[in-house]
Design a protein around this ligand. Structure first.
Ligand code: F6R
Length: 610
């Protein structure tokens, strides 16, 4: 899970490549490097750690040249070190790579037997040697890459330079993302759209099993077998500013505050307010299909898994369809029972999470229809799905997912309403209430964000030293409790647990003392009374209790040490509001602790490894 970039044009390429890498740093930040054609040879600069270390190396030893490739790494094969940093070089060849070559052991053995000196622990260096060997046999760069790729098993997006062909980059893709950016006087490539936005909106998405030769005047795409591929570029209307911090201290904070906009964009054109319904053509199911679904199986990882858990409540309550939720990594390879009448819904921000991708493929192979809920256009999961119901959150750069979580909730709720209407399980009055409720959400979210920001920041300041924090919720608030705990863990490194509130007395209550903040989600819903009792149980054990409750809930106010209020909304809509103070809480705790909020340790935004 790394980021790669490439540039062929007339400008000095090093600053453009570094700028692209900065926008991709969320994909990994163990080391970074560039390779540039410079006075008849390829010159490389690499540095361990964040991009600023590479910039320092470039300040000390600049890299002139107009054609080059770059890489930001999240270590998979070999620890983070300068030797393991990309680009990797063999003879006249330099390679950057995102992915994992599965047959690396066998390739390493073969190359060593053939007399190759392999200096790094990476699988990528092996690719450089394979291409070099083909060039030695007299092939041009394109044919050499094509031949070398035949030897590879696994996932890759690669960009390759040869000092013998200084006007081009050869790129190829299998399972890892790769986008070509077509500029006026230059051609770029990158692992993801934000790296290209400052330079062009005209983008060509490579498919698996395709490669391209990139030159200043454009790109020629072929299949790995050499067949020409005709594909129109797509216009991407994300603005570069959307991919930048827009004045916020961190991307995460910006993305938390972007949620009303993200929800608005995600709902746009999908709410059928006149008919108390959802325009559901994107879900790719006929009315008959909708009636015939026997089970929904939701597959996802991490935060997307928490959204899926909320989705189960929606689908069971509104569409009365039996629904199970699986952590994708636990589903795959288990030989789980999947039947042709099942609808599999794969939920993923990136659309590239390997576990979710493979799990969805396994389910599809067993005859299920796959619908995906994904944020990144044309990523791997949508490409293998029968249909994709995109979230329109825009690029999410902070490693901790926020706006994508709430837009996933929106799509899952819309899916449940659409199915419920077709299956006759949701009447027009109730559907109308929910559709109207959704339409009002953006301004309610805005109010909650602005109304609670200071209060939550104060709470975070007060409890910043707490070593453990518990999050409790029932019903739809349970996945939100899990999400609150995950957010706190991943960015502030504070131990946090999310529990079903009713489960507390079966064990976790032993953790409670007067040093443990317990955050209880208790919006006015069908679980309210019981959640209130759980709050009282925590209070009786001297916990510090922070309630997240509906405005005017005097009982919650009485027992909470601190209370954060949200407006009264339908039960199904409360998660969109209760999650906001939890996101803010984790953000401020992390910020006060001074952690790297946008790039927390050991994590990466897109997890394309198992
Ligand atoms: C946590 C987070 C991760 C992702 C998970 C799945 O804030 O972002 O837990 O949710 O890695 O990623 P996607 O949604 O891209 O499949």
């Amino acid at each position: 899970m790394c980021g790669i970039v490439g540039y062929v044009g007339q400008e000095l390429c090093a600053p453009i490549l570094v700028d692209g890498l900065r926008r991709l740093e969320y994909r990994g930040y163990d080391s970074a490097g560039l390779a540039v054609h410079s006075s008849g040879k390829i010159e490389v600069r690499r540095a361990v750690g964040k991009l600023r270390n590479l910039e320092k190396a470039l300040d000390e030893r600049p890299l002139p040249g107009n054609v080059g490739i770059g890489h930001t790494r999240w270590a998979t094969h070999g620890r983070p070190s300068e030797t393991n940093a990309h680009p990797h070089v063999a003879g006249p060849i330099a390679v950057v790579h995102n992915g994992i070559i599965e047959n690396h052991l066998e390739l390493r053995r073969r190359l060593k037997e053939a007399g190759c000196t392999i200096v790094s622990d990476t699988d990528t260096e092996l690719v450089a040697h394979l291409v070099h060997a083909e060039v030695e046999r007299g092939k041009d760069l394109e044919s050499a890459v094509r031949a070398a790729l035949r030897e590879l098993e696994g996932a890759y997006a690669i960009a390759v330079l040869s000092s013998k062909e200084p006007d081009r980059i050869v790129i190829a893709k299998q399972s890892s993302p790769l986008v070509i950016g077509l500029g006026e006087d230059a051609t770029h490539c990158a692992s993801d759209i934000p790296a290209l936005l400052p330079y062009t909106r005209s983008m060509l998405f490579l498919e698996d099993g395709e490669m391209a030769v990139i030159e200043q005047g454009g790109a020629v795409v072929t299949t790995l077998d050499g067949k020409a591929v005709e594909r129109e570029p797509r216009h991407i209307d994300w603005s570069p500013v959307m991919a930048e911090k827009a004045g916020y201290k961190h991307f995460m904070l910006k993305e938390i505050f972007e949620q009303p906009r993200a929800i608005e964009d995600t709902l746009r054109g999908r709410l059928d307010r006149a008919n108390a319904d959802i325009h559901g053509h994107e879900v790719g199911l006929s009315e008959e299909d909708a009636k015939g679904i026997e089970r929904v199986l939701l597959l996802a990882c991490g935060t997307s898994h928490h959204a899926a858990l909320a989705g189960r409540y929606y689908l069971e309550a509104l569409a009365k369809v039996p629904t199970s939720v699986e952590i994708a990594s636990e589903f795959r390879g288990r030989d789980a029972v999947v039947r042709p009448g099942d609808l599999v819904v794969a939920v993923s921000q990136s659309g590239e999470t390997l576990d979710t991708l493979v799990a969805a493929k396994e389910a599809k192979a067993k005859g299920a229809k796959v619908l995906s809920i994904v944020n990144v256009i044309d990523s791997a999961i949508p490409r293998m799905s029968d249909a994709t119901f995109y979230t329109h959150a825009g690029p999410e750069i902070g490693v901790a997912s926020t706006k994508c979580f709430s837009t996933q909730l929106a799509n899952l709720l819309m899916l449940a309403i659409w199915l419920g209407r077709r299956r006759g399980t949701l009447d027009a009055a109730r559907a109308g209430e929910l559709v109207e409720g959704l339409a009002h959400l953006p301004h309610q979210m805005k109010d909650v964000l602005s109304g609670t920001r200071q209060l939550v920041a104060n709470l975070a300041r007060r409890y910043v030293e707490a070593r453990d924090v518990l999050f409790l919720g029932r019903g739809l608030s349970f996945p939100i409790a899990l999400e609150g705990a995950l957010k706190l863990k991943e960015i502030s490194y504070v131990h946090a647990e999310g529990y079903a509130a009713g489960e507390m007395k079966h064990g976790p209550i032993a953790l409670i003392d007067n040093k443990v903040p317990v955050i209880v989600l208790l919006p006015k819903d069908s679980h309210h009374e019981r959640s209130l009792s759980n709050l009282q149980e925590a209070k009786a054990r001297e916990a510090i209790v922070i309630g997240i409750a509906t405005e005017g809930d005097e009982a919650a106010r009485e027992v909470s040490d601190d209370l954060v209020e949200i407006p009264a909304v339908a039960e199904e809509l409360a998660p969109f509001l209760t999650v906001l103070p939890l996101q803010l809480y984790s953000y401020y705790v992390a910020d006060f602790k001074g952690t790297d909020v946008d790039q927390p340790r050991n994590l990466a935004k897109t997890v394309t490894v198992e």
